[in-house]
Design a protein around this ligand. Structure first.
Ligand code: URA
Ligand code: SF4
Length: 209
């Protein structure tokens, strides 16, 4: 069974977690990726945003949501009235998974499997235990499945406040679409998809006020 468990320190704050995660070999994804991309933000952040996995830019830079999806997310957060300084940003899976059609060609993101999400779960659980956010914003299906189980359907629950037990603690969550889904939307649907993301994030902003 793949699991990050033996790599997760029982004690210490976020810096200790980040340091230990850099050497995680809990599943095979560490082999091809450049580095672990751990969550970023303050330990006293009121809201935790959970994405899928680092993308190409995140893998290069070592920080979550610094590529195109992150830029769009920052804009949507600002529009919804969520201060980035109030947010801790992380991913369900901490290594970039990709395919390459040819050597030296662009790396194409590949969705993580349930096994990889489950393997990486102890890191997300440890982040939740350290940050203790008032609210979790679930960005897309992978984050939803990682936190709420494989029956999660983003279209059914987006823009609503859920109350669920996560790793033994009651949590409030607002699911929405992944910012990459907005970027992937066909040109004529992109503005509507972006508006939908902002509108869901406004529900989160309201739940925090
Ligand atoms: N997509 C994600 O889910 N996370 C990132 O950090 C970047 C892109
Ligand atoms: Fe460890 Fe997660 Fe990376 Fe797998 S994806 S090696 S479990 S940090």
């Amino acid at each position: 069974r793949y699991t990050a468990e033996p790599f997760v320190p029982a004690r210490g704050g976020l810096p200790a977690l980040r340091k230990a995660a850099a050497d995680c070999h809990g599943c095979p994804l560490h082999r091809d990726a450049t580095r672990t991309v751990f969550g970023a933000g303050k330990a006293d952040a009121r809201v935790m945003l959970v994405g899928e996995q680092p993308g190409d830019q995140e893998d290069r830079q070592g920080e979550p949501f610094v590529g195109p999806a992150g830029k769009l997310l920052d804009r949507a957060l600002a529009e919804a009235g969520i201060d980035p300084a109030d947010a801790y940003v992380t991913n369900a899976v901490k290594h970039f998974k990709f395919t390459r059609t040819e050597p030296r060609k662009r790396r194409i993101h590949k969705a993580p499997t349930l096994r990889e999400m489950t393997a990486c779960g102890p890191w997300l659980a440890a982040e939740l235990a350290r940050v203790e956010p008032e609210l979790i914003v679930v960005l897309g299906a992978t984050a939803g499945k990682a936190l709420l189980g494989s029956s999660f359907r983003v279209t059914q629950v987006r823009g609503t406040v859920l109350e669920e037990e996560i790793h033994g603690h009651p949590q409030r969550l607002v699911p929405t679409v992944h910012p990459s889904a907005v970027l992937r939307a066909a040109a004529e649907g992109r503005d509507g998809a972006y508006r939908g993301l902002v509108s869901d994030l406004r529900v989160a902003a309201q739940a925090l006020s």
